[in-house]
Design a protein around this ligand. Structure first.
Ligand SMILES: [Zn+2]
Length: 328
């Protein structure tokens, strides 16, 4: 069942965060659905309510152009039929105005992100407001961004780029956006927190205080970059040095301060990379793409299930379903 992120946030606010996972291909899609339903080994395993979680599928512009955006839609619609127990939102990650309109008009996405955070404050408001008007007319919800995250190649970010609490309140009021991505020290990629930077929970608390009550906040660039997976990659011939991420132990404290959605992309790539490297290393005579594909789907499902536990969303699926179906 495809729902909006807002419906999921209402259940999660202050208690846990939804995992927002980026997908690009079939194996990620299957692994993601299995993981969120506690079906680690196969699609036919029974759904495990103790670990099942509602979730958010994120589609980036890069994913849409990797093959063709229509493949992603077809795969997700098929997954919905193969896994009828799943409850999830389909979200456009880091949209431009043009991509947002395409996603809104598709009738498939339930949520879009307009990222005009690189624009001056007033311009960001103006662009976000236009997208919100068009999205709300079609029942689609909007995530916007204020402040700037660090990127893979960027250096340590100064506090100037962190989201300003007063501006956040003004931005929400003027744009009518449904959730807000805030910059509180995270960065995209596998090399977060170089130098002395860390997650700024103090800033997050100030933002929560300034914005309307129960307003959902979003954390980007929040993969944990687990040492275990980086080590496995390097042990199988990879060269990833000094990678670091957001400690998983910080997910729940952040959720308590209003973070409802935590974006995880890099970790999925690490699981993919480690799996393929290990399979090709251990079975040099094997050239069947399904060998590594099967191992990846199981590894990814297991990783998603673990992540949901850390986010606090594991085991929440049935109470979300009760809330949604009771309301209709
Ligand atoms: Zn992001």
């Amino acid at each position: 069942m495809i729902v909006t992120t807002s419906e999921l946030f209402r259940h999660a606010y202050g208690k846990y965060a939804l995992g927002a996972y980026n997908i690009n291909n079939l194996e990620q899609t299957v692994g993601l659905f299995r993981g969120n339903l506690g079906k680690v080994k196969s699609n036919d395993d029974p759904t495990n309510p103790a670990v099942s979680a509602p979730f958010i599928i994120q589609i980036s512009r890069g994913a849409r152009s990797y093959s063709d955006k229509r493949f992603l839609e077809a795969m997700i619609r098929t997954a919905e039929a193969v896994f009828p127990d799943a409850i999830f939102a389909v979200h456009l990650d880091h949209g431009t105005e043009e991509t947002c309109y395409d996603a809104i008009d598709s009738g498939f996405y339930s949520s879009v992100m307009i990222d005009a955070s690189h624009e001056p404050f007033e311009k960001n408001i103006e662009i976000t407001r236009r997208v919100v008007d068009r999205a709300h007319a079609k029942g689609v919800v909007v995530e916007a961004e204020l402040g700037q995250l660090g990127g893979v190649e960027e250096d340590v970010q100064g506090s100037v780029c962190l989201t300003d609490p007063g501006q956040a309140a003004e931005f929400i009021e003027k744009t009518g956006c449904d959730s807000l991505a805030v910059a509180i020290g995270t960065s995209h990629g596998a090399y977060k927190f170089t130098g002395t930077q860390g997650l700024r929970m103090d800033r997050l608390a100030e933002i929560q205080k300034a914005v309307p009550k129960n307003f959902p906040l979003v954390m980007h660039g929040s993969s944990s970059v687990p040492k275990e997976w980086v080590d496995r990659i390097n042990a199988a011939g990879g060269k990833i040095k000094n990678a670091s991420g957001v400690p998983e132990e910080q997910y729940l404290p952040a959720a308590k301060l209003g973070i409802c959605k935590i974006n995880i992309d890099t970790d999925g790539r690490l699981v993919w990379c480690a799996t393929l490297r290990e399979v090709f290393r251990d079975k040099p005579e094997d050239f069947d793409l399904r060998t590594s594909g099967k191992v990846f789907m199981a590894n990814y499902a297991e990783y998603i299930a673990h992540k949901n536990k850390m986010l606090g969303s594991a085991g929440m699926l049935e109470s979300v379903r009760a809330l949604l179906t009771g309301r209709k």
